[in-house]
Write a protein that binds this ligand. Sequence first.
Ligand SMILES: [Zn+2]
Length: 313
Amino acid sequence: MAGVVGKTGHGVTGLEAGMRVILGPDLYCGQCGYCRPGRYIPCQRLRVAGCQATGATADAFTAPAGRFHAVPDSMTDAQAALLEPLSTAVHAVRMVGQLAGAAVAVPGGGTIGLLTVTAAVRAGARAVAVSDPRDGKRQRALRLGAASCAGPLTADPVPAMRETPGGHADVTFDCVSSQASTAQAIRLAENGGTVMVTGVAAGDVTIPLPVIQHRQIRLAGSAIDVRQEVLRAIELMADGAVPAGELVTATLTLTEGAQAFKQAASGHDVKIHLVTACPAAARAAIDQGRATRRGRDREDIRLNGAGRLISRR
Ligand SMILES: [Zn+2]
C-alpha cells in the first residue's frame, strides 16, 4: 500500500505531512523475545495491516510511524504500491544466500512469482524457468527476464523447466504453496538444492520426506521483509527493473472493492490496485505539507539504514 502522510502524532520525527510513503504491513510488537534482538518477522504478537489491523481498504488509517518508509517523489503511485511485494521477493532471494550463476525455477507467475523472477535475475541467476497455467502471466514472466515458461495444465511442466538450465534447479521458489506447486518444486530441485516456500499457503500440504532426505533438499520458508530489503526494492524500482504495467493489470476505486476481490480471485489478473479519494481534512494537511516542500520535489531523497528520511539533496 502506498499513500501520503496527512498528519503525524506527537513526537514523530522523520515524517511530515504531504510526504509520500509506503507502509510495512508487519506491525511487530517491538518487545517480545524475537523483537528485542531485532528479529521482527517471527514476532510473537505480530499483526498484519489489512488483516489483523486496519489497512488500506479505507480512506485514511493510522499506523506506527516506524513502519512507514519514505518513497521518492519521482515514483508513481503504482510503482510505490508495488514496493512491498517486491521487498518480499527481495527477502526470499536474500534468504537463499548466493544466487549468482544459479539455475532457478519459479512455480507460479502471480505477483510474488513475477517479482521473484525480477529479484532473482537482478541477483545474478543464470536462468529462471517459470510455470503458470495462464498464458498471459507466462508472457509477462518472459518480459521480466525468465528464460522459459511452461504451462502445467497442458503437460507436466517439470521436464520443460529442467531443459532451460540444463538440469534441476539449484533454487526453487514455490510462489504458490499448494499441494501441486510444492510437489512440483521438490521435483524441480537439484540434489542438495533449496526449495524456498514463498507463497502464502492456504492450508497444510503433504511433503515426500523420503525424497527430501535422500536427495538432501533444503526446505525453507520466507515471509515479509526487513528494512534493508525495502531499500533494495526502492533501488530496483527506481532503476526500472519492474515496469508497473507488467504487474498492475487493473485499477479500481475503493467503492469497487468487492468487485476487485472477486476479480482477483478469478486468477486472470496479476495485481489489482484499489485507489481511494483523499478525505478533505487529510487533503488540507497534504496541501499544507506540499507547500512547505515546494521546490524540493526534484531533489533525491536520501534514506538511512533504517529507511527513515535523513536529508534531501
Ligand atoms: Zn514482537
